[in-house]
Design a protein around this ligand. Structure first.
Ligand code: ADP
Length: 266
């Protein structure tokens, strides 16, 4: 009889503990959701005044016969407004991902077309840096958020060009394989040191702040990539050698059922 009483007491304590833990998780979840909502609202509110600053700066720049100093000052304002718009858009996208609102806009996407278009858009920018882009792209349909997937591809490609060397190369491939699709972006750039490798997906992390800022970087690009990949049930990883280059690999499920297969594999 005494054994049974002890068992009942332990079960009661466990039930109490589970209740306390569940209440704590619910409060934490609520706090995370409120924080993400705040970031989304703040980013959204900042967009309008930023657009006003940008359009006024453009108007001021279009005035003829102004001094060089005047033009330089207004141009600096316009560039800063552009940069801030980039940060605000990035924060908005991260907040949407944090709130689980990214994959709610799920539709059938032709990822091959997105990769092809992005390569086309970046070829001129790469050419200016003396970097050659080559692409080998399968036609692949998958469920996803077109805007977010476009941003994923563009962030990886822009980095592969920016952190490259003159005369360097970027090769992009998109291959469908066993219920998933693999996007690979390989560059012959500066590489990432072992010390920095564990940080590059953190928000606002930049290896070389001065270089990243000069090239328009914000340190949000890869954090955004990871959130987008997570929201689509995929995985992102990379290998890198300093002074030799970096290869990013993204694996995305071709269907909702493919999500658990990828999770098991990794
Ligand atoms: P940023 O806007 O600064 O490019 P990211 O989040 O995209 O921010 O990248 C974080 C940091 O990771 C970058 O500042 C850069 O130092 C490093 N990095 C990203 N991609 C590459 C790459 N392909 N080759 C070398 N370094 C890279």
């Amino acid at each position: 009889l005494s054994g049974r009483i002890e068992t009942a007491a332990v079960e009661n304590e466990l039930a109490d503990l589970a209740g306390v833990l569940n209440a704590m998780f619910a409060r934490l979840e609520g706090a995370f959701a409120r924080q993400a909502q705040f970031t989304a609202d703040a980013s959204h509110e900042l967009r309008t005044p930023l657009a006003v600053i940008k359009s006024n700066a453009e108007l001021a720049l279009s005035r003829p016969r102004e001094s060089e100093e005047y033009r330089r000052t207004i141009e600096a304002c316009r560039k800063a407004a552009d940069r801030m718009t980039g940060i605000v858009d990035g924060l908005l996208l991260l907040a949407r991902a944090d709130n689980g609102r990214l994959d709610s806009r799920t539709e059938a996407i032709d990822l091959g077309e997105i990769v092809d278009e992005t390569v086309g858009l970046l070829t001129a920018m790469a050419g200016e840096k003396g970097v050659r882009i080559s692409a080998d792209i399968d036609t692949v349909q998958l469920p996803g958020d077109a805007e977010a997937l476009g941003r994923l591809v563009s962030n990886l490609l822009v980095n592969a060009v920016l952190y490259n060397r003159p005369g360097g190369s970027v090769s992009v491939s998109l291959r469908a394989a066993r219920g998933s699709v693999v996007l690979t972006v390989a560059d012959s750039g500066c590489g990432i040191s072992e010390e920095d490798q564990s940080h590059i997906f953190e928000r606002f992390f930049r290896v070389d702040r001065a270089r990243s800022r000069a090239s328009g970087g914000t340190g949000l690009g890869l954090a955004i990539c990871r959130s987008i990949v997570d929201a689509h049930g995929g995985v992102i990883g990379f290998t890198s050698q300093v002074n030799e280059g970096t290869t990013f690999k993204v694996r995305l499920p071709l269907s909702r059922q493919g999500v658990s297969a990828i999770a098991e594999e990794n």
